[in-house]
Design a protein around this ligand. Structure first.
Ligand code: FMN
Length: 195
C-alpha cells in the first residue's frame, strides 16, 4: 500500500482534468493504495518571491496554504501532478507550487553534478489534458516536468498520461468520448504493479 497525493492545478470542477484524476484515483484505490486529492483551486498557494529567508533557517515568510501541504509532500510515496495544458505548458497553479519546493530544500554539502540542494525525494507522475492533439502538444510541459522534477529535484518518474484531444473549454468536457479515462484507471491500478 502506497500513500499517494494527487495535486490538481486548475481546470473546471468536473472538467476533463478532474475526470482524468478521478479515473486514476479509482484505479489506485482499487489497487489498495491510500490516495488523497489536493485541489489548488480550493487553496491559495503563491509562487516563490525569492526573499531567501528559507536559506537562513527561517520558514517561508508567505502565509498561505503551502505550509499545510509540506507534511503531505514529505510523507507521500507518490505525488501526482495533474493539470490542463494552458498555453502549451502546465498551469500557473502547479508552477507556483513547484516554486515553493525551494523552501523545503536542505543544504547539500556534497551535491551531485547539476544540483545545489537536497530535496525530499518522492515518486511522481503527471496527468494532463488538452484540446489539441499534435505530436508536439505537450512538448513544453513534458520538458519542464522532466527537467525540473526528475533531473533537478530528483523525483523518481512513475510515468505520465497526456490526454490530448479532449476539446476546448467552450462547451462540455469531451474526455469521456476518448479512451483516456480507461487509460487513467489502468495507470492508477498498475502504477506499482512492478514494485
Ligand atoms: C487559458 C487556457 C489555455 C489553454 N491553452 C491550451 C493550449 O495551449 N493547447 C491546447 O491544446 N489546449 C489549451 N487549452 C484547452 C484546455 O487545455 C483543455 O480544454 C483542457 O482539457 C481543459 O481542462 P478542464 O476541462 O479540466 O478545464 C487552454 C484552455 C484555457 C482555458
Amino acid at each position: 500500500m502506497k500513500k499517494i497525493i494527487v495535486i490538481l492545478g486548475g481546470g473546471r470542477p468536473n472538467g476533463n482534468t478532474m475526470q482524468l484524476v478521478k479515473a486514476f484515483m479509482k484505479g489506485a484505490a482499487e489497487a489498495g493504495h491510500q490516495i488523497e486529492l489536493v485541489s489548488l483551486n480550493k487553496l491559495s498557494v503563491n509562487g516563490c518571491t525569492g526573499c531567501n529567508a528559507c536559506r537562513y533557517g527561517k520558514p517561508c515568510i508567505q502565509k498561505d496554504d503551502f505550509h499545510s501541504l509540506i507534511p503531505m509532500i514529505k510523507t507521500a510515496d507518490l505525488i501526482v501532478f495533474a493539470s490542463p495544458l494552458y498555453f502549451w505548458t502546465i498551469s500557473s497553479k502547479i508552477k507556483a507550487l513547484i516554486e515553493r519546493f525551494y523552501c523545503i530544500a536542505e543544504k547539500d554539502e556534497n551535491p551531485p553534478f547539476g544540483r545545489y540542494e537536497k530535496y525530499p525525494i518522492r515518486d511522481c507522475a503527471l496527468l494532463m489534458t488538452s484540446a489539441d492533439n499534435f505530436f508536439w502538444t505537450f512538448e513544453q510541459a513534458v520538458s519542464y516536468y522532466n527537467f525540473t522534477l526528475i533531473h533537478y529535484i530528483g523525483f523518481r518518474g512513475k510515468g505520465m498520461l497526456l490526454a490530448g484531444g479532449c476539446g476546448d473549454t467552450n462547451g462540455t468536457p469531451q474526455i469521456s468520448k476518448t479512451g483516456h479515462l480507461e487509460a487513467a484507471y489502468t495507470f492508477g491500478k498498475t502504477i506499482y504493479k512492478n514494485g
